[in-house]
Structure formats: C-alpha cells, structure tokens
Design a protein around this ligand. Structure first.
Ligand SMILES: [Zn+2]
Length: 194
C-alpha cells in the first residue's frame, strides 16, 4: 500500500519518515472496510502531514468497495425478508433483471439509492403496487408506525411519548400489551387526536 513520496512541501527535503495507520469506513448498509492511511514527517524541519495527498483517495476507494458490497448485502437481506428481486422490479416498474445487472457491477448511484430505500422501508413496495395512492400510503405509514411502536413497547415495556419540534404538540401512547389495539388506518389516528 505504501507509495513513495515525494518531498517535504515545507522545506523540500526528502528525508521523510512515513507512518501508516488503518481506518475503517462503511457505506450505508455496506460492510466495514479498512483503508491504510499514511502520515509523513519531515526529519529536516518537523513538518507533518499527508505529503502524497493519497489519503482522501484511499478513503474514497474503501467507501466504493463497501458500497459495491452493500448491493449484495441488501439483496440478501431482502431475500431473508422473502422479498424477491422479481417482485421489487415488478412493483417499481423496473425492467426485468435490472437488479441482477446492478449486482454484477452495472449499478448507478440512483440504483443504489433505490435499494437503500427498499431495504429501509420494504413496505414502500406495497405503496408502489398501489400506485402510491394517497389513502393506501397513509394506511401503510400508520400501520408500519404502529408495528414499530408495538414491538418497541414489547421489548422495553415502556410507554412512548412523541414530541414534535413545536413543544405544544405531543402524543402519548399507552400501548396495552394484554389487549393490543390495532391501529389500522388514518381514520383511527384522526379519532385518537380529537
Ligand atoms: Zn521539511
């Protein structure tokens, strides 16, 4: 990994001391990958720094490696959720085998962004199937929020308080663990806020 610099940018001496360090970077949903960074010190004048200016490039390379691997990891996570790539393509109106092409390296920033959104919010596929119709979307958002709150309440056995940036807006949720109440759609939410 070591590249030979170069000279001291302060005094021009080539009497340099190089130390390496390893740093870790991780793209969204990607694996942790390491990058070896260099630091130089001039023995003549004591000036220190990345004289070769390679460190930014090495960090960028590592991030790109992590991002390429993130595509496989996201697809594997979706498979674990029983979401096939054919279904993703159909729901989003992508040509068949689009995702296979992304997987084999022909991906774009837009493709990676789509995969990240689907991985974070898999139910967006149901919204897409419903052609993003407003009531269907609202219902999905509310039921997904209810699922998150219910599982958090089961895990932590606590009540939830949601406070918005405006301090007079707050919503207290007391989830009844013995008799869970399903919050099914926006009409229930509107009623609860009255
Ligand atoms: Zn120097």
């Amino acid at each position: 990994m070591s590249s030979q610099p170069t000279t001291c940018p302060a005094c021009g001496s080539s009497d340099l001391e190089t130390t390496e360090s390893v740093t870790s970077v991780q793209a969204t949903f990607g694996p942790v990958v390491s990058a070896t960074l260099e630091k130089h010190r001039c023995r003549a004048c004591g000036f220190e720094g990345d004289f070769g200016s390679h460190n930014d490039e090495r960090i960028q390379d590592a991030l790109e490696r992590s991002e390429r691997s993130s595509i496989d990891l996201i697809i594997s996570d979706l498979n674990d959720m029983k979401i096939s790539m054919a279904y993703v393509e159909r729901a989003l109106g992508l040509p068949m085998r689009t995702i296979s092409r992304w997987k084999s390296g022909e991906h774009s920033a837009a493709g990676v962004a789509v995969l990240r959104i689907v991985r974070a919010f898999p139910w967006v596929l149901s919204a897409a199937e419903a052609r993003f119709e407003a009531t269907a979307c609202a219902s999905l958002v509310v039921s997904q929020a209810a699922n998150v709150l219910i599982s958090a309440a089961k895990e932590h056995r606590v009540n939830w308080t949601i406070t918005t940036l405006q301090q007079n807006h707050s919503l207290d949720l007391n989830l009844h663990l013995d008799k869970p109440q399903l919050i099914a759609g926006p009409s229930n939410l509107a009623r609860a806020s009255q």
